[in-house]
Design a protein around this ligand. Sequence first.
Ligand code: NAG
Ligand code: NAG
Ligand code: NAG
Ligand code: NAG
Ligand code: NAG
Ligand code: NAG
Ligand code: NAG
Length: 651
Amino acid sequence: MEPLMASSRFVFFLSPILLLISSQSLAQPEFRSHGCFYEKGNYTTGSTYRTNLNTLLSSLSSPSNNGNGYGFYNSSFGENTDQLHAIALCRGDVRADTCRGCLSNCTQKLTQVCPNQKEAIGFYNECMLRYANRSIYRAMETTPVFPLWWNIQNLSSSDVDGFFHEMRKLLKDLNGQAAANGSLRKFAIGNTTAPNFQPIYGLAQCTPDLAEQACSECLDAAMGNIPAYCERKQGCRVQNPSCTVRYEVNRFYDPTTVVPLPSSPPPPSTSTGGSKSRRSRTVIIIVVPIVVSVVLIVIFFCICLRVRRTKKNLKLRSGNDTDEIGSTEPLQFDLATIRVSTGDFSEANKLGQGGFGSVYRGRLFNGEDIAVKRLSTNSGQGDLEFKNEVLLVAKLQHRNLVRLLGFCLKGNERLLVYEYVPNASLDHIIFDPTKRAQLDWERRYKIIAGTARGLLYLHEDSRLRIIHRDLKAINILIDAEMNPKISDFGMARLFVPDQTQDSTSRIVGTYGYMAPEYAFHGHFSVKSDVYSFGVLVLEIVSGQKKSCFQHGDNGEDLLSFAWRSWREGTASNLIDPTLKTDSRNEIMRCIHIGLLCVQENVADRPTMASVILMTNSYSLTLPVPSQPAFYLHSSIGSDMPLRSEYNSGAT
Ligand SMILES: *[C@@H]1O[C@H](CO)[C@@H](O)[C@H](O)[C@H]1NC(C)=O
Ligand SMILES: *[C@@H]1O[C@H](CO)[C@@H](O)[C@H](O)[C@H]1NC(C)=O
Ligand SMILES: *[C@@H]1O[C@H](CO)[C@@H](O)[C@H](O)[C@H]1NC(C)=O
Ligand SMILES: *[C@@H]1O[C@H](CO)[C@@H](O)[C@H](O)[C@H]1NC(C)=O
Ligand SMILES: *[C@@H]1O[C@H](CO)[C@@H](O)[C@H](O)[C@H]1NC(C)=O
Ligand SMILES: *[C@@H]1O[C@H](CO)[C@@H](O)[C@H](O)[C@H]1NC(C)=O
Ligand SMILES: CC(=O)N[C@H]1CO[C@H](CO)[C@@H](O)[C@@H]1O
C-alpha cells in the first residue's frame, strides 16, 4: 500500500502570499461565519501565544505545506501554556492552490475578528480553520453550530415535504460514504431529484482526523440541525467544528476536481496540486521550504527552522461496520430460538418489568446479545396488523433510539426483540447517589442532547411522526459510551391502531412526566413529549426524581421548586451539588430550556427542533418562561406507568 505524506511542518516565515493579502484584507466578501470563544480564555497582544499563533497559521497556508493531500491540515506549535493546535480543511473538490489561498485569507480574517481569543473558528465557502490552546485533533465536536446560507429563497410550501424527504435520503447516503471513505478524505457529494423534478445537490464532509464512527455521528448531528436552521430554504449548510452537511438546488461543487483516493484511478494530469507524483511532491516538500526559508531567514528575521515530518501509512478501513442508520431487515424470530436464548425466560435473565411486559436478556447463536420484551397485554390487534406495525417501527433507526431487531408471534405469545444496550437505564444512574457523582456535566449534557435528537427524529425526521407518550428516565438506556438511547417508542402505535388524531381513549404514560392536557383529557401531541422531555432535563440537572422530590415543609415538587428558584434568581440551588460549577452557564441554560418545555400552554412549549437550536446556539435569546403546568400531587407518586383504560377503545 502506498504510504501517503501527511505532513505537519513548521516553516517559520511570512509567506509572500500572506504579505500580499494583508494589504487588501478588508475586501474579502467570502468570510461567511466565525466564532470567537470568549469563555475559553484570552491572550494579550504581543504575548508569546500571539507570536506562536502567527507562526502556526503562516505554516498552515505556506506553499510548502501540502497537508494530507486532500485539503486537510493539522499542526501544533509552542510549549506548555503557549502551545497551540490548529486544524484546517478545504472542501473536498477545492484545488490545492485555491485551498491555500482560502486558508491564508481565513487566517488573516479570523485573527482580525477574534483579536485576543485563544480559541476561534472561521468559515469560508471553500475552507474552514480552527485553533485552540487545547488538543483538537480527533476531538469530535458538534457544537456550536453555524448555519450558512447562500440561497435564502423558500421552497414553495407544496414542495417542502417531498423535497426534504429526498434531501434527507441523499444526505444520509452521503453520510455513509463520507464516513467510510478511508481516513484521508472524509468527503462525499451527490445529487438527487425532488418529486417536482427539482434537482438537489448534497455534500457531507468531516475533518478526516475523525474515525468512521465519530464522523458518522457528527454528520448525524449536523443533519439533526437541519429542521431547526434551514426551515424551508432552497439551500443551507449546517457546519459545526468537526463536520458539515449542505444541500442546494444548484450545483455548488465541481465533481471533476475531487482528488481521488489512492484506490481509484490516478487523477487527471490537468488538476493542479493533486496531479503530481508522490516522488515529485516529496521533492517539493523537502526542497521548497529549505530554499524559501533560507532566503527569508536572511532577508527578514532570524528565525529558526524545524521540520517535522509525519509519515502515515494509509490505512483504509476494511471493517465495514454499517452506519447506525443502515437498513437491517427486521426479522421474524421463531419462538424456540428465543426460548433458548433467554433460558426459557428465566428469572435470572430478567432485566426488568416495563409498562407492557417483562424484558429478558438473551444471546443468539451468533453471539449477539438481545433484549426480549414479552408483551403481557393483548395489543388489540390482529397478527397481521401487529406484524405490519412492528415492521414500520423497526424502520425507525437512529443512534439515539434502541433498535428493534424483530419480533415473534406464536399463539398468544407476542415478543419484541431489541438490540441489547449494556449499561443500565438512566434512572439507575442518575438517581443513584454514587453513580450520579460519576456523571459529570459533560456526560449529562450529552445525554440531554442525544435524547433531544432521538426525539426530534421520532417527531420530525422519520416518516411516521411517532409521539413517544411515555418518555422518562427508565426509558432512556445508556450504552457503553454513555450515549442515550430511547426505548419503548412506537408502543402507542403497536397498541392502538392508527391513532393519528390528537386524542385517545387510552392513556399510556407515567404520572409526573405526563403533560396535563394528556393526563386529564387524553390530548397528545409532540408537545406532550416535549413536556416529558422538560421534566427529564430538570431531573438530570438536579439528580432528583420528580416523583420523589420534596423540598421544604410544604412538600414542593421538582417543577414548583425549579420555577420558584428561577423566579427568585436562585435557580443554581437546583443544580446537583455533585456537579462542578465550571459549566454553570450551560447548566442554567438547560434549566431555562427545561422550564420552557413544561409550560402549561401547549403553544408556549418549544418544538424539539427549537430545543436543539437553543442548546446549540448560545447566542440565541430564550423566551422567558412562565409558571409551569399544574402538577398532580398524587399519592401514586411512583414510576409505575399509568394505563387507565377508561374507555375500552374502538378495538
Ligand atoms: C495532528 O496533530 C496531533 C496533535 O498535535 C498529532 O498528534 C498528530 O500526529 C498530527 N497529525 C498529523 C497528520 O500531522
Ligand atoms: C487554555 O487557556 C485557558 C485560559 O487561559 C486555560 O484555563 C486552559 O487551562 C488552557 N488549556 C490548556 C489545555 O492549556
Ligand atoms: C475575554 O475577553 C472578553 C472581551 O473581549 C470577555 O468578555 C471575556 O470574559 C474574557 N474571557 C476571559 C476568560 O477572561
Ligand atoms: C482571498 O482574498 C483575495 C483578496 O480579497 C481574493 O481575491 C481571493 O479570491 C480570496 N481567495 C479565496 C480562496 O477566498
Ligand atoms: C421564507 O419564509 C419565512 C417564513 O417561513 C419568511 O420569514 C421569509 O421572509 C421567507 N424568505 C423569503 C426569501 O421569501
Ligand atoms: C448526479 O450524480 C450522478 C452520479 O450519481 C452523476 O453521474 C451526474 O452527472 C450528476 N448530475 C449532475 C447534474 O451533477
Ligand atoms: C465520494 C466518493 O468518492 N465516494 C466513494 C466512497 O467509496 C465507495 C466505495 O468504497 C464509492 O462507491 C464511493 O463513490
